[in-house]
Design a protein around this ligand. Structure first.
Ligand SMILES: [Zn+2]
Length: 364
């Protein structure tokens, strides 16, 4: 264990302190938007935006962490390490760097993927009429049992297995994870209105992204795919300029959720899609690359069970109980691999993609 200590922060507060120190040392101008709620330790929660380089630069490299709360341990570590290793000194001419820390600070601090309203932020950027998801309604009762015991877990697994038997695995993954807008207490709930984080991010997009001409946007996630594999994924399909710019700059391994080539389902209402729509809305010519990097951790069924347990805990259980702490530890384990080889590969891949994005920006 000793070797792995210090690879990642132990709390949101520690991750935030590391990020703010690294950003400050790199000469960033930091704007913090405080969240109305507090962390479990009573501490401040905020979205922190660190801007480096000319304020009026026509090119921007932006990276977000913690859109899915607890996944922020990885994104935060990547942001802090890139800053510490002098990324700010390697910016091409006319290029600014914007690192946005903890898009969902409440979830990050509480060790959850959802936000304070049980909303999956990366489904919350959809506009009404919201996408329908009839499959989710069929699964809901099995996914969120009133009790969390060996017996209810076994029943849930068998109901999910029956759904897969009847409709197929692809339909199951789509029903479960593309997002649903009908069950506020359920999994992958997209909400009925823009959440706090959504509103703050849209204002940052308008202030810092709209004035630019060429943009590279990277949103860091964990929990899907093979252990340590970092998939570069785009919501747009091959042929779309946003996808093609990603392919040109980051290489042929880029995947598309809408074309069905990604580890992720074809999710609606993502932050990336909202940004792409915003940048296309004012008629100005831009070059935009908008991707996520999704780092694999542990097998999917284990991630799914952890999300079910976490949902049950906050609906029916006590986070301070022994079972509550066990569920919290499992959440951290399924979204963060605290092992040296995993840390090394995620940092190496992020540095490579960021370096390629900067080369791309420099070439325009
Ligand atoms: Zn995620």
């Amino acid at each position: 264990m000793a070797a792995t200590k210090g690879l990642f922060a132990q709390s949101y507060a520690e991750a935030r302190a590391r990020f703010l120190a690294a950003a400050d040392a790199a000469g960033a101008r930091i704007e913090s938007e405080p969240h109305p709620l507090r962390g479990p330790d009573g501490g401040t929660l905020a979205i922190d935006a660190a801007l480096i380089g000319p304020a009026d630069a026509s090119k921007l490299l932006a990276m977000t962490s913690g859109t899915h709360g607890i996944e922020g341990y990885t994104g935060s570590a990547i942001q802090s390490k890139l800053l510490k290793e002098g990324l700010a000194e390697r910016l091409p001419a006319d290029t600014a760097l914007l690192f946005i820390h903890a898009v969902n600070p409440w979830g990050f601090a509480h060790g959850r993927r959802v936000n304070e309203d049980n909303i999956d932020l990366n489904r919350n950027f959809a506009l009404p009429p919201f996408p329908e998801n009839a499959g989710y309604a069929l699964l809901h009762d099995a996914l969120v049992p009133g009790e969390w015991t060996e017996d209810t877990r076994a029943k849930s697994r068998s109901a999910q297995g029956a759904f897969i038997g009847k409709h197929g695995l692809e339909a199951f993954i789509a029903a479960l994870s593309t997002g649903q807008y009908t069950h506020p207490d359920g999994l992958f709930y997209g909400g009925q209105a823009p959440s706090w984080s959504n509103r703050v991010m849209r204002s940052i997009f308008e202030r810092e992204f709209l004035p630019r001409k060429t943009l590279a946007f990277i949103d860091i996630h964990t929990g899907l795919g093979e252990r340590g594999a970092g998939e570069v994924l785009c919501t747009e399909a091959p042929g779309h300029p946003v996808f093609e710019l990603g392919r040109k700059w980051l290489g042929p391994d880029i995947r598309s959720t809408s074309a069905g080539t990604s580890v992720s389902a074809d999710v609606r209402g993502t932050m990336k899609s909202a940004l792409i729509d915003l940048l296309a809305s004012d008629g100005n010519e831009r070059q935009t690359m908008a991707i996520s990097i999704e780092y694999g951790t542990v097998p999917q069924d284990r991630v799914g069970a952890a999300l079910q347990a976490d949902n049950w805990l906050y609906r029916h259980g006590d986070p301070e109980s022994a079972l509550g702490r066990e569920i919290a530890r499992e959440m951290r384990t399924v979204f963060l691999v605290e092992e040296a080889d995993w840390a090394e590969t995620i940092h190496e891949q992020a540095a490579r993609h960021v370096g390629n994005a900067l080369k791309g920006l420099a070439s325009t």
